[in-house]
Design a protein around this ligand. Structure first.
Ligand code: GLN
Length: 299
């Protein structure tokens, strides 16, 4: 650092090396928690538009003014708890890169368990063609990932992505086209505008109890869409609505696989069984929490 007349977030009239920037970013973000060093580094690579190996080579060199300015702005926003993935406009999920913004939930690692459950069910179905509906698709990460993974397994997917949010569907559409996935995009309040029957319906509906939303991390509470989180008073509102109609949209032997809250397993088992589903089971995520519910339509 050459001259230093104002704080890092003040006017940038001095020059900084990349390593200076990283260290300052890290310090500014320290209060947000354990990931501050990771976030500071990711944002610097993003601001400079360079990969890690280039950063290592450049670390001691002076960073261009534009990078310094952009980085300061990103660190400021991150310190205001804007999620890292929203600042970068992208998120990795199951090895694929998804575009995201404030109109969709950021794909969670927990949701990878939904994908694994679906792939397992697809394999066990013995079918080489599957009609799939991703209900409440958001960024499209579940349906799009399934499409790509099923293709690798030699299964031909016929995919529909639906959501009540038009803004979310813009993101889903962009992700599908960017990842080369051919999907029908439907704006629908759950099943209201949908037709046909599916071999597999998969969903990550809103399932947080309304009065627990406020207690979520500031990143989630302040910056992610509540429409995609709020599952009503007991968190189960959307499951109840889905089960009311799902019978008409699943083929005989079709499966419904859904993400659930860690404490919703028992309620989901009841909902599946009371609605005539068999083979009902709850699958845990990598942290050992109940996270996915599975059942087969017998009718
Ligand atoms: N798993 C998300 C969270 O904890 C919630 C997802 C949802 O409501 N579908 O923020």
């Amino acid at each position: 650092m050459k001259t230093h007349t104002a704080g890092f977030l003040g006017v940038c009239i001095m020059s900084y090396t990349y390593i200076d920037l990283y260290n300052m970013g890290r310090k500014k973000l320290k209060f947000i928690g354990d990931d501050s060093a990771f976030d500071a580094r990711e944002l610097l690579l993003f601001a400079a538009d360079i990969p890690l190996n280039k950063y290592i080579a450049l670390a001691g060199q002076e960073a261009p003014y534009s990078v310094c300015e952009k980085y300061k702005e990103l660190i400021k926003k991150r310190s205001e708890r804007v999620p890292l993935q929203q600042l970068m406009g992208r998120c990795d999920f199951f090895g694929y890169e998804f575009k995201i913004n404030e109109d969709v939930l950021i794909p969670r690692i927990d949701t990878e368990t939904v994908i694994e459950t679906c792939l397992d069910a697809a394999e066990k179905s013995g079918k080489n063609h599957l009609k799939i509906l991703d209900l409440c698709t958001g960024s499209g990460c579940i349906g799009i990932t399934l499409f790509l993974e099923l293709k690798k397994m030699g299964i031909e997917p016929d995919l529909t992505l639906s959501d009540i949010s038009e803004k979310a569907l813009i993101v889903a559409k962009e992700n599908a086209s960017h990842l080369g996935v051919d999907a029908k995009i439907e704006k629908s309040d759950l099943f209201c505008s949908l037709n046909g029957s599916y071999d597999m319906i998969v969903s990550n509906p809103p399932y947080i109890k309304s009065d627990e939303i406020e207690g979520l991390m500031p990143e989630v509470f302040r910056h992610e869409p509540h429409l995609a989180l709020d599952g009503g008073a007991d968190g189960l509102l959307f499951y109840r609505k889905i089960f009311k109609d799902i019978g008409s949209y699943l083929v005989h032997g079709g499966v419904f696989i859904t993400e659930i809250g860690y404490d919703e397993g028992e309620s989901l088992i009841k909902l599946y069984k009371n609605n005539g589903f068999s083979d009902v089971k709850i699958i845990k995520d990598l942290s050992g929490n109940d996270r996915v519910a599975f059942g087969k339509a017998d009718r």
